[in-house]
Design a protein around this ligand. Sequence first.
Ligand code: TRP
Length: 452
Amino acid sequence: MSHIPHRSHWNSRWTFMLATAGSAIGLGNIWKLPYMIGVNGGSAFVLVFVISIFLVGIPLMMTEILLGRRAQKNPLDGIQTLAIEAKKSSLWRYLGGMGMLTGLLILGFYSVIGGWVLAYISEAVSGSFSQITALQSTANFDALLASPFKLLFWHTVFILMTMSVVAHGVNSGLEKANNILIPALFAILLVLLGYSMSEGDMQTAFQFMFKPDFSKITPVSVLSALGHAFFSLSLGMGAVMVYGSYLQRNVSIARTTIYIALADTLLGLLVGLAIYSLVFANHLAPNAGPGLIFQTLPIAFGHMPGGNIIGVLFFLLVAFAAWTSSISLVEPTIAWIVENTKIKRHAAALILGVAVWLLGVAVALSFNEWKDIKIVFNLNIFETLDKLTSTVLLPLGGLLMAIFAGYFMNKNHVQEELNLNDQAFKLWRIANNYIAPIAIAAVFLYLFGLIK
Ligand code: TRP
């Protein structure tokens, strides 16, 4: 490596891919996508989401990796370095700063939901899903939400898990476990899907998710779907950029990106099918919101043969997927602190851990004691953080990264990193320079009422 010889690198392309896939695959696929589909009108949302992944997500993931690999630094210093290399204003570094902040804001609620998953591991272990009815399952989940003590306990455990890995650095070995655990997650999902197919209402679920119904497409659902494409692929805040900065020179960015995006999208849609098949068979509401998977899946585990064990395994794997995602939310900031101050990794992890923990306390309380505290647009603390990050900060970060790479960097430098043939490079440029920025800007402008 020419710039900084001592910077650690992934052992191989495979490790990078697993780490980035580990970052992408998480609660976004398993918890968030399914309920967002239900809240936003089913197939209309799915369609816009899939289009967003292909037209915006994949090209911008390539952009983010190339920025990171060229810069070889944390997002803030990295973008500054690239701006200087291109003889452009170093104010661009605040784009990196915004991303770091966004990651911490996301972790503030991600850790609380990660806590729900941990709580459900313990529920599953104690056998409480056995023969459970839909009503009982919903009541169970409501009881969890109503208990600040439980929420705070599991949120604390999740933060400790995240920070203890981050304190040791990215090559700690956790990512290697992905090697087995992501395929295991897919495998168990197939079991779940098999159950949903035989006992659930797969036909209705399929229609709900895939039968086009353009009448349900609204500006808000388009923005939500676009925002979720960013969230699901971990884009727009520098996580992928930092992982890219640890990537070796000889690896194809395009191919790696496509594999990751396909796996991520497929996984989310399969979970969605499994869930909705159960939702319709049990006459549950598809628009139940954030509790959806916690209310529906126990019904399946409680009735299928071997469901006790499968339930434990499932929630364990989801917790693991959430864990490998959450570390990527803090890694950019940790890298920045370590590379700019005398503070050591361990201390940095401790400081950020406390800060994010406090934010999470507010989020946890917003499900019970502080439920009625509204921040903006009648949204409570959790909803505000979620919407602010997914529908504003991530797309905005992505928009600016696309503009930076497309219009401010030297074209030859970009091509050097992407290393594509002429045709593929042209395609990427069309997506990065025109389609993605215009799509994101148009959605923003529409929502601000500036265009009709
Ligand atoms: N993509 C992860 C998920 O789907 C969440 C996540 C991790 C994330 N790092 C990110 C989202 C960075 C946005 C930006 O669960």
